[in-house]
Write a protein that binds this ligand. Structure first.
Ligand SMILES: Cc1cc2nc3c(=O)[nH]c(=O)nc-3n(C[C@H](O)[C@H](O)[C@H](O)COP(=O)(O)OP(=O)(O)OC[C@H]3O[C@@H](n4cnc5c(N)ncnc54)[C@H](O)[C@@H]3O)c2cc1C
Length: 110
């Protein structure tokens, strides 16, 4: 599956950002979306995503929405997974989401 694809293990995106951005036409980022944008609207809480009250959830979702809008304008990056999309995903859901994402990439013209 990964034939012909270079893999770097133990490579933190933020510690190698400049070099990685230079070599990539398109980045699929599965880390925290708020960190990707230097927390410019504030920090999103990840750990307690599932257990918060409705009011707190709403507040956090509004904050995420700001990052999502920023991400929509960013044509070189695709945010995937629970940290990139700020959603609780069970494994089956995250796999479906990845398949959808790949299919969208294949159908899109960049
Ligand atoms: C405690 C816990 C228990 C869970 N239990 C279940 C369960 O029982 N059943 C179930 O179906 N699901 C469970 N889940 C959910 C499941 O873990 C997720 O659905 C799945 O892991 C989401 O995949 P993902 O790729 O979105 O995120 P992750 O699996 O978190 O993958 C994110 C990837 O991004 C990489 N990354 C992040 N930041 C950087 C960076 N700065 N630089 C480079 N790489 C980076 C990480 O190394 C990681 O490989 C559980 C989750 C948690 C947290």
């Amino acid at each position: 599956m990964l034939n012909g694809i270079e893999i770097k293990l133990n490579c933190n995106f933020f510690e190698n950002r400049e070099a990685l951005e230079k070599i990539a036409e398109k980045i699929i980022f599965t880390g925290p979306i708020d960190q990707f944008y230097n927390y410019q609207f504030g920090e999103l809480e990840y750990r307690s995503l599932r257990f918060e009250t409705e009011i707190l959830d709403e507040k956090k979702n509004k904050l995420y929405e700001k990052y999502r809008q920023l991400a929509n304008q960013d044509k070189n990056v695709i945010f995937g997974g629970r940290l990139g999309q700020y959603k609780y995903y069970d494994m089956d859901k995250v796999i479906l989401e990845v398949l959808d994402c790949v299919s969208n990439i294949k159908n899109a013209t960049f």
